[in-house]
Design a protein. Structure first.
Length: 121
């Protein structure tokens, strides 16, 4: 099921919004990987794009912006790239302890609201 979004991201020459399947997969990734995914604010998603991570890796990714809670307080806006791979979603920046990545702070990224991420239950 995740192979289709991967093919769409890596073969698309034109900018396009994230698909419903990609958005749903990202919501599931956040449910699994955040300590408290239930109180996210300011949730937005960027169109899939080629990005260069803080560690110098080039990849096709979908950037996600959100403001999470940590120990009861909101920590501020975080932007992080989510990569679709044959093995599933991956966030190497997150794995390396880089939570807000410069890869997702490019001015040319096209953002839209991502309300389903803010409604995780």
């Amino acid at each position: 099921m995740l192979l289709l979004p991967l093919l769409l991201i890596t073969t698309s020459a034109e900018a396009r919004p994230a698909t419903k399947a990609e958005r749903a997969a990202i919501v599931e990734w956040f449910k699994t990987n955040l300590k408290d995914p239930y109180d996210l604010r300011s949730t937005r998603i960027a169109e899939p794009a080629a990005v260069v991570t803080d560690r110098g890796r080039r990849m096709e990714a979908i950037c996600v912006e959100f403001n999470p809670r940590n120990n009861g307080s909101y920590v501020g806006i975080i932007r992080t790239p989510i990569e679709f791979t044959p093995a599933g979603l991956r966030n190497q920046e997150w794995d390396a302890g880089i939570y807000s990545s410069a890869a997702c702070k490019r001015p040319d990224l096209v953002w839209s609201d991502f309300p389903e991420l803010g409604r995780i239950r």
